[in-house]
Design a protein around this ligand. Structure first.
Ligand code: HEC
Ligand code: HEC
Ligand code: HEC
Length: 139
């Protein structure tokens, strides 16, 4: 009888502790994982030609080139994601595509990607909920 009581108390403590650990983690909404993904195409869902301004990848790259932050390159080499792989690869001085795309979206004071798009990884990365594979949208 006593033994059962002790086991019961220990079990109750473990259950309470687990509930506290779960409760301490805030709930998160992750598009493409536990919520609808409104930007399934990735890059080209955001980088579009809007009525007020040209936000295409090409326009952004041309601005980087014009300001001297990116080496000169023909338009056809900086038009879309697949073009970046020509120069940006492992071991190259240009760095990998991942490193430059991440730095463009996560660094700098008041980065608009963080400010207006929550800095969400799954705006660019796809998650296959069957296989668990993480990829890059549109690649
Ligand atoms: C959810 C929207 C969103 C997605 C998806 C997105 N970007 Fe961006 N991107 C931005 C914003 C906002 C900025 C401006 C960041 C800043 O304040 O410097 C930016 C900046 C850039 C820049 C720097 C030049 C510029 O336009 O300011 C490049 C290059 C770029 N993005 C390429 C890409 C590529 C390639 C992909 C896909 C792999 C991608 N982006 C996906 C929103 C997005
Ligand atoms: C012709 C080769 C070439 C192509 C094509 C190219 N890049 Fe680059 N890029 C470079 C090199 C080289 C650097 C390193 C410049 C340095 O460190 O001075 C660089 C640097 C960058 C940087 C860092 C700039 C900064 O703010 O410091 C970004 C962002 C970038 N590339 C994005 C892209 C994207 C996105 C594409 C495809 C749309 C692309 N690049 C295509 C050669 C290229
Ligand atoms: C703006 C688009 C964009 C966002 C946002 C983004 N990634 Fe990426 N990520 C890429 C691209 C493009 C690659 C390059 C994939 C390839 O090599 O083909 C990449 C590659 C990676 C890689 C492979 C290693 C590397 O650096 O190349 C990891 C790990 C990764 N991302 C993690 C993350 C995490 C974690 C976040 C959120 C904090 C995130 N990414 C947000 C576009 C993005």
């Amino acid at each position: 009888m006593k033994k059962i009581l002790v086991v019961g108390i220990v079990l109750a403590m473990v259950v309470t502790a687990s509930v506290i650990v779960f409760a301490a983690v805030p709930a998160l909404t992750i598009p493409g994982v536990n919520a609808k993904d409104d930007l399934p195409k990735g890059c080209t869902d955001c980088h579009v030609k809007a009525s007020d301004s040209d936000r295409t990848i090409l326009a952004g790259m041309k601005a980087l080139i014009a300001s001297g932050k990116h080496p000169k390159a023909a338009d056809s080499m900086v038009d879309e994601l697949k073009d970046c792989y020509t120069c940006h690869k492992a071991g190259a001085t240009a760095g990998t595509v991942g490193s430059v795309v991440h730095s463009a979206h996560f660094t700098g004071k008041d980065n608009a990607f963080i400010k207006y798009y929550s800095g969400n990884c799954t705006w660019c990365h796809s998650v296959d909920l069957t296989k668990g594979a993480v990829g890059v949208k549109g690649k």
